[in-house]
Design a protein around this ligand. Sequence first.
Ligand code: FAD
Length: 692
Amino acid sequence: ATLDTLDIAVLAVILLGTVAFLTKGSLWARKKDPLEAYGRPTALEKPGQTRNILEKMEQSGKNMVIFYGSQTGTAEDYASRLAKEGHARFGLKTMVADLEDYDYENFDAFPEDKIVAFVLATYGEGEPTDNAVEFYEFMVVNEPMFSEDTSDEPLSKLKYVTFGLGNNTYEHYNAMVRRIDSALTKYGAKRVGPAGEGDDGAGTMEEDFMAWKEQMWGALQEELGLEEREAVYEPIFSVTERDDLSPEDDAVYLGEPNKNHLGAASVGPYNSHNPYIAPIKLSQELFTVKDRNCLHMEIDLSGSNLSYTTGDHLAVWPTNAGLEVTRLLRVLGLTGKRHTVVDVKPIEVTSKVPFPNPTTYDAIVRYHLEICAPVSRQYVHSLAAFAPNETAKQKMVELGSDKDKFRRQITERFLNIAQVLEIVAPGETWSNVPFSIIAEGINKIQPRYYSISSSSKVDNKVPSITAVVESIEVPGSSHILKGVTTNYLLALKQKQHGDPNPDPHGLTYAISGPRNKYDGIHVPVHIRASNFRLPSDPARPIIMVGPGTGVAPFRGFVQERAELAAKGENVGRTLLFFGCRKRNEDFLYKNEWEEYAKKLGDSFSLITAFSREGPKKVYVQHRLAEHAKEVYELLTKQNAYFYVCGDAANMAREVNNTLAKIYATEGGLSEEAADAKVKKLRNSNLYQEDVW
Ligand code: FAD
């Protein structure tokens, strides 16, 4: 029989893929992973998996791949929602793919009947997320070298859709997706539908995504001639209860993050996939008021391969509060079965179960899922089919379809998924909800980052963090939103101090961890490298603006410069702007600054702004303006570095604008010229931000 064109195309793709796969590393050199030094496993270390996306799609019969570049899990969640929807509504054979798991050299061989989606978050100052660094370097930083096509438009067969996750309060809004989109277009790829952008800064991310995907599906339907069908839930994971196993069995995961932790002692190296269960060496309360907490914690990494450099971040792996674990299990009718052993397996070869198995319902909900997070309207809609009665079903459909109602009743009340189910059907049990839809639809719990507040020159094995405990009263409701990680850290601190005070809102934690492995005050952590760095020459002046917990990295910076000064080094001007409400309530490290000042002498100045002491609110940007002359001199005459840390939504922008005004008035420049000067500072890395 003769081969038809499709067969030839498929064969060509497989052959190409095989060549690409077999020659990996010899035909093109892989750039050294910047995070490798911090123990992140490199792509090549993942055994038994092809890095050829076309081969993977052929093997598994897929025609749509959704790549994600995700830092905090939202982009990954959107990717998996698109995959499910594409399959359920249009019968597309979809798969989700982590950008770091594949190579990009054969993107020119994508056949026209396949579609590629990119769901890309922008991180920090217009940067790609960790898992998208290589892709970004391939497509944007370097001239991409595709395997086959050497024409000007090597991607002319590639059809794609894009959605970006960004924050308009950052200067480089959605820079990652915009740059990737224009690179793809430049090399001839065809975007189908509008380039979607979600704005976290405006709080509209979810609705931006919902609106974009409707337009995108419409355009894709037309492009590929797809027919819409009635969507039915098809599980991606199978959930099997294992009556043959008990939670005491050694092979059962009770919350251990991976197999390196299943034995009596965990196995390194520790990295972003394998946390170190670190002893907390010291924990202290920094505020002097009763109703607010800010924790200083020193984490001992000496038993591990981990270390840090001043300016890095510590990632904390949280545990959900018992109250919320119990609430979700109860509403799902799983209370009696919480310790039953289950096996959650992918039905679909391309999907990944985000936690190790076999395990228990309790362990999944407690350690692995972000059960307290905001709920998506789409998810509420998809649970309607499993409501315990017709009224509840109607309510779920209404909430799922009416975005204003959803905002008023769910989003603005800060409810989590279990609370939504409780409110929609009071007193009922949602036992029809398949556990697979919980495991697939609720995000994997994410580590939270904290700017390290100590200097590695003082001790590179004991980073400290400075974390304000999130406890937010919801207006017009008795509900108090409790931050997942910070309240867990607070409970650890209380245990360390033998403080019997239970949380006033009933939070308790499985504080000794799975099989008591965290006992003796331990917390799972890893280190994330950052670009937020002191100048290598300590004589260079620095200006730091860090109100509230934004002062965290600057404690590290000042500590480091004080240490260098004490050793006799020449340390330049060190100017710190700090702000808080009242000097006697939340003035972080109040007494320490005097110690540093003794070592640094006149070169150090701490300039404070207390917003609630006088009749008028005074913030760091006001103090900055008052010191315009010196700030301007340091920046223009002495090449000072300028650092901002803390609140991204308002403060960082205000500080930026104030600096531009300083350039305008002190330098006699027009507004535009002053703005351009500040931009130039940023581009030359003299203006650095660590904001969240
Ligand atoms: P979460 O449970 O994650 O809640 C955080 C917020 O999400 C809530 O305040 C609320 O606004 C929203 N939210 C959560 N659940 C819901 C819901 N159901 N409905 C609606 N909204 C909801 N923090 C510090 O204190 N110190 C630092 O030095 C520091 N450095 C950081 C550095 C970086 C690079 C980054 C990215 C963040 C940093 N943070 C720092 C912030 C920190 O990572 C955490 O975000 C913060 O501590 C809150 O974590 P949490 O788990 O306690 O709260």
